[in-house]
Design a protein around this ligand. Structure first.
Ligand SMILES: CC(C)(COP(=O)(O)OP(=O)(O)OC[C@H]1O[C@@H](n2cnc3c(N)ncnc32)[C@H](O)[C@@H]1OP(=O)(O)O)[C@@H](O)C(=O)NCCC(=O)NCCS
Length: 159
């Protein structure tokens, strides 16, 4: 599997991917085509502060990962895997990719929300060390992954 940033040339693969989420996946991840439209806007250069990655397996787009609020200290994450590719640890690999990406760039953590009844997503997040920190105003569960603070020696004086 290869994970890389999506670009304009991926438009068709993105549309096919969002059509491959299945009924439940669409309800949880592409309600009213919201994430499809956001991804297409990104491909058109209209989503500053965002980055979208695709996971490709045998030429097919099997998963998507997006990070928002890249201009803040804590970023938002979204992840989805096409129905035919689920249970093959693609979601886990994308979550690990996101952690490395954000930790390596000095972010403080990653936030996300998910529906209470989304058992697969909750299992995925909890297995990657995300902690439940409350409920989003939308009613979804909020999860946070915090990165360790920098060593005292690296902090400015007085901290
Ligand atoms: C949630 C999702 C991304 C998981 O992706 P995946 O590639 O199938 O997950 P993985 O194979 O990496 O499995 C990750 C963990 O979740 C568990 N899991 C996966 N599917 C599960 C299911 N249907 N029920 C319960 N647990 C499940 C796995 O056992 C694994 O746990 P472990 O690490 O303790 O062994 C995928 O189900 C999906 O895309 N769902 C629809 C879109 C969606 O809901 N996105 C999240 C919106 S908040």
């Amino acid at each position: 599997m290869t994970v890389r940033e999506l670009d304009r040339g991926d438009r068709e693969a993105v549309v096919t991917f969002f059509g491959s989420l299945g009924e439940e996946g669409t309800r949880f991840f592409n309600y009213n085509s919201g994430n499809l439209n956001r991804t297409l806007e990104y491909l058109d250069g209209r989503r500053p502060g965002h980055i979208f990655f695709g996971a490709f397996e045998d030429g097919a787009m099997a998963g998507i990962l997006f990070l928002w609020d890249l201009d803040r200290s804590v970023v938002w994450l979204g992840v989805g895997v096409a129905e035919a590719f689920r249970g093959r640890r693609i979601g886990s690999a994308l979550m690990d990719f996101a952690s490395e990406y954000c930790r390596g760039r000095g972010y403080g953590g990653i936030l996300l929300d998910t529906a209470v009844e989304n058992t697969a997503a909750r299992r995925l997040y909890e297995s990657r060390g995300y902690e439940r920190i409350g409920t989003h105003p939308s009613g979804e569960l909020l999860y946070l992954l915090r990165f360790p603070a920098r060593k005292t020696a690296e902090l400015p004086k007085g901290v």
